[in-house]
Write a protein that binds this ligand. Structure first.
Ligand code: UDP
Length: 463
């Protein structure tokens, strides 16, 4: 068998997918896997995962669509749109190369479900197409029901809400819930802008996502980066009614249970040894992922709160944002804080000194926090962040939204105090521990996620 895998090269999608492919390649050693992704993304994920790939995985670079000598505007979505314009031609070319090099026809196509065109590629080759949904399944449902949601939103508009509602400024819209199976806990303001395009302007990215719902409903097998135990029942039932095999294989970017800490030689930024010197469950770990741009004023407020509160903190702050810190902040907080450009996040969250995670609510960060039983303080910024924050705060109740919705000196101090010192924080901690236990059970022998993974291996090896 020769399985081709199409990756979406932005955010942490490709890293999650290569993790799944590695697990599959170990479980199906007679099967050849060809992993197709842009060169830039391949370079970054193989640096990040630092592992040797099993012999039955080969990687191929696909064109990223960026013209030679292109000057970027600074808008991160620009790269996405250039790439989308290059699809599916770039993937088809790399696919031909994979077939020629291995001298094996493709027997199955696994693809990030964002790449909705991959269904047609599989159809042309008369092979099964198995899409993988990387974000939370609730957002898949928002794509399946986009037309209904847009109708709902149009009704809201007719009540007098303007597009400024999308910034969360309009209380009426903020509080409107979705009348969609399994999404009744979500509010319209939680939806990513691609589901409800600002000013009704479709972009190549919103069009691509807009096709997901229709394309994905054509398959009988869908892989989801999630645990069936974490769904609200109506959402699970609704998706199960649409897919014969809804394979919730668990958090694919993580090993469950999390591996023990790596040798200290891997701790290049000294985060883990610094955590060793702190007291149990006292440290606030702060990170906003790989893409989010945080306004300078909020960085300053957050920094002032950390300095004044004297709570031990470990802050992963990209070097390009470090310049926004108040003058002298690093020197004044050296006794109780550490700022690094990159932290070994999963190990940091697994460390016994970590007491809370201040996060932008990217799906991977949320999953890593759950897998390690760490409560969250949520400051969502973009994409699915708001939707994830809603699940954390109001559905699973394993974290708190930052007081006031964005970073202020008093809000940060209040939120940290609530989680680290108060009874409410203790209850949140015990709930996140319970969710962690659920997930561990599902990943153990005989658990739902393990069973789903076995089914997936059968699907790709017995086609
Ligand atoms: N990450 C990390 N160290 C850092 C910052 C981020 O290892 O200092 C990893 C983190 O563990 C997660 C990913 O980067 O796996 C961020 O993914 P997420 O989905 O949370 O956010 P995105 O970057 O896609 O917005």
């Amino acid at each position: 068998m020769h399985v081709a895998v199409f990756a979406f090269p932005f955010g942490c999608h490709a890293l999650s997918l290569i993790n799944l492919v590695q697990k599959l390649a170990r479980a199906a050693q007679e099967t050849q896997f060809s992993f197709l992704n842009t060169e830039e993304s391949n370079n970054s994920i193989f640096l990040a995962s630092r592992t040797n790939l099993p012999d039955n995985i080969k990687t191929y670079n696909v064109a990223d669509g960026v013209p030679l000598n292109h000057g970027f505007s600074g808008d991160p979505i620009e790269r996405v749109e250039l790439f989308i314009k290059e699809t599916p031609k770039n993937f088809k070319m790399a696919l031909d190369m994979a077939v020629a090099e291995t001298d094996q026809k493709i027997s199955c196509l696994i693809a990030d479900a964002f790449l909705s065109f991959s269904g047609s590629v599989a159809e042309d080759l008369s092979i099964p197409w198995i899409p993988v949904w990387i974000p939370v399944p609730h957002s898949l449902s928002t794509h399946i029901y986009t037309d209904m949601i847009r109708q709902h939103y149009a009704n809201s508009l007719s009540y007098g809400c303007s597009n400024s509602c999308r910034d969360g400024n309009d209380v009426e819209l903020e509080e409107k819930t979705l009348e969609i199976p399994g999404l009744s806990e979500l509010h319209i303001a939680d939806l990513p802008v691609e589901v409800l395009p600002r000013d009704a302007q479709e972009t190549p990215f919103s069009c691509l996502l807009g096709q997901i719902g229709n394309m994905v409903l054509k398959v009988d097998t869908l892989v989801v980066n999630f645990y069936q135990e974490l769904y609200p029942k109506p959402l699970l039932n609704d998706l199960k009614s649409k897919f014969t095999n809804l394979l919730n294989v668990g958090f694919i970017s993580l090993s469950m249970p999390p591996p023990s800490l790596p040798p200290s030689t891997e701790d290049t930024t000294g985060c883990l040894s610094w955590l060793d010197s702190q007291k149990s469950k006292t440290v606030a770990y702060i990170s906003f992922g790989t893409v989010a741009n945080i306004p300078q004023s909020e960085i300053e407020e957050l920094a002032e709160a950390l300095e004044a509160s004297r709570i031990p903190f470990l802050w992963s702050l990209r070097d390009n944002i470090k310049g926004c810190l108040p003058n002298g902040f690093l020197e004044r907080t050296i006794m109780h804080g550490k700022v690094v450009p990159w932290a070994p996040q999963t190990q940091v969250l697994a460390h016994s000194s970590t007491g809370v995670f201040m996060t932008h609510c990217g799906a991977n960060s949320v999953y890593e926090s759950i897998a390690n039983g760490v409560p969250m303080i949520c400051r969502p910024f973009f994409a699915d962040n708001k939707l994830n924050a809603r699940l954390i705060v109001d559905v699973w109740r394993i974290g708190e939204r930052i007081d006031g919705g964005f970073f202020t000196k008093t809000g940060v101090a209040k939120s940290l105090d609530l989680i680290l010192q108060h009874e409410q924080g203790r209850r949140i901690r015990s709930r996140v521990q319970a969710v962690k236990d659920l997930v561990l059970k599902a990943s153990a022998r005989g658990g739902h996620a393990t069973q789903a993974f076995k089914t997936l291996v059968e699907k790709i090896t017995l086609v």
